[in-house]
Write a protein that binds this ligand. Structure first.
Ligand code: BG6
Length: 491
């Protein structure tokens, strides 16, 4: 059999986000972000995603009164802020060609509405990018990954306010100008669709601040502002860095009909459309007709400004990036069916698939299906910017970490990814595994839900030495990258 490997230019790497990995939440002139005010509730039920993510004005008030980091884990993250040199060195040791990370908006504009940027924040990312480039690692930068400054929630009502488009524009101009010689690959908003599932972290929206407006109306208005801001960001990026490439980022939720009953098939089609409507908007530069029908049928009226439609149409994204962790089933009626957790959703259980400890259904074939679907739908290059297994890791007495389960997960996903590229003709620019170094979980705020090739000695309450330890998967991924995938077929 012929040797199988990935395309020569394939960008292998890993991904993190500032709000989950950086820590240093008040250092270097950084302002407080929405994520710094999100506490965990390990006493309730870590798997109850909704309870974990319901944030009220009172919760924010409480959060702002304290400097506590043990209940607010994103304040310490994995302390990348102080360890970035060591971490990037380890990424380089694995052979990373790309590192996906985000810039914390509140490090650059501490309050979001400041007139001048914070020089210390800008310098921090200069240092991070220089460190990457020193090892030949290409930075892939998300402009906004759950990091709006909290001031924008308290004084403007988050992304519901039109004013945020202007603030974001200034932020984008600032970072593109500053890093124009260092960063070529950009993503605008992480999982723009997540506004529906966690409006607080994505949009800085707090429901009790809108007593007289339908909540769905608030969410879609905020999303409209992000669509316009994303198109403007693409424009700015292209003007300042002509060779840049800008992507959208969607949560790839893949649904199968639970049975071949036409009503189940219809339900899965509806669920898929509910996932695609946001990337459709960002790729085709206009709201798809089925989303407009939803607005009409639900009485949602999007307030637009003159020029919004033109901007969205003229500046669609260059490539489509996505996260993929799992698939799920759709059924017209949930009666009598097993339901399980997933990536910020609950969904019908697929009897043919195993699940992670958090109930996410593991499905490598679903990755191939997703890649083919996205390729056929958009005819743009793809970039897999998140994928991985959240699991509890144990450090053995001799200090090693045997995470064979993670290797098994990646092994089958990488093979499925190569099948899509080699057999189905999908153009895929690269792959960055999520949480390449352990970080704080978004949905549960746990440290113990680990994704990394690199272990960070820190518990759910932030206690530990923060020492970095390569796991078994670290050495395995290094071999995969070194051989450009050939190693996958050697055992
Ligand atoms: C993605 C988010 O949806 O899923 C990440 O972009 C998040 O921020 C990742 O961390 C994994 O989810 P979780 O809840 O296990 O951290």
């Amino acid at each position: 059999m012929a040797t199988r490997r990935f395309p020569k230019e394939f960008l292998w790497g890993g991904a993190t986000a500032a709000n989950q990995v950086e820590g240093g939440f008040k250092e270097g002139g950084k302002g407080i972000s929405v994520s710094d005010c999100a506490r965990h509730h390990l006493d309730i039920d870590v798997q109850d995603y909704k309870k974990q993510n319901e944030i009220t004005s009172k919760d924010i008030e409480e959060a702002l009164k304290t400097n506590d980091e043990s209940l607010y884990p994103k304040r310490h993250g994995s302390d990348f802020y102080h360890h970035y040199k060591e971490d990037i060195k380890m990424f380089a040791e694995m052979g990373f060609k790309v590192y996906r990370m985000s810039i914390a908006w509140s490090r650059i504009f501490p309050n979001g509405d400041d007139k001048e940027p914070n020089e210390e924040g800008l310098e921090f990312y200069d240092n991070v990018f220089d460190e990457c480039l020193k090892y030949g690692i290409e930075p892939l930068v998300t402009m906004s990954h759950y990091e709006p400054p909290i001031n924008l929630t308290l004084n403007y009502d988050g992304w519901y306010s039109r004013e945020l488009v202007g603030f974001f524009e200034l932020y984008v101009k600032t970072i593109c100008t500053r890093y124009k010689n260092k960063v070529k690959y950009w993503l605008t908003f992480n999982e723009v669709d997540s506004m529906i599932r966690h409006p607080y972290t994505t949009g800085g929206l707090v429901e009790d601040r809108f007593p007289n407006i339908k909540w769905e109306q608030v969410i879609f208005q905020a999303m409209h502002h992000q669509f316009v801001a994303s198109a403007l960001a693409t424009k700015i990026c292209h003007e300042i860095i002509p060779e840049s490439s800008v992507g959208c980022m969607l949560t790839k939720l893949t649904y199968y009909p639970h049975t071949c009953k036409p009503k189940d098939v219809l339900q899965s089609q509806q669920d898929m459309r509910a996932t695609y409507c946001y990337s459709d908007t960002q790729v085709f530069g206009e709201y798809p007709s089925y989303l407009l029908s939803k607005f009409k049928n639900n009485g949602i009226v999007i307030k637009k400004e003159y020029g919004d439609d033109t901007i969205m149409k003229e500046y669609p994204v260059d490539f489509v990036s996505f996260s993929y962790y799992m698939s799920s089933c759709s059924a017209a009626s949930l009666e009598g069916l097993d339901v399980t957790d997933g990536n910020t959703i609950t969904a019908v259980k697929n009897p043919y698939l195993p699940s992670s400890e958090w109930g996410w259904q593991i499905d490598p074939t679903g990755l191939r299906i997703s890649m083919v679907d996205l390729c056929d739908r958009y005819r743009k290059p793809l970039f897999i910017v998140e994928n991985g297994l959240g699991a509890k890791d144990e450090v053995a007495e001799d200090g090693t970490i045997d995470d064979q389960y993670r290797i098994d997960y990646f092994d089958v996903h990488f093979k499925a990814m190569l099948d899509a590229i080699e057999y189905d003709g999908v153009e895929c620019l690269g792959y960055t595994s999520w949480g390449c170094i352990d970080l704080i979980s978004e949905s549960t705020k746990q440290m113990s839900k680990r994704y990394g090739f690199i272990y960070v000695d820190c518990d759910d309450y932030g206690k530990g030495t923060y020492k970095r330890i390569p796991k078994k998967s670290f050495y395995w991924y290094k071999k995969v990258i070194e051989s450009n995938g050939e190693y996958l077929f050697k055992n």
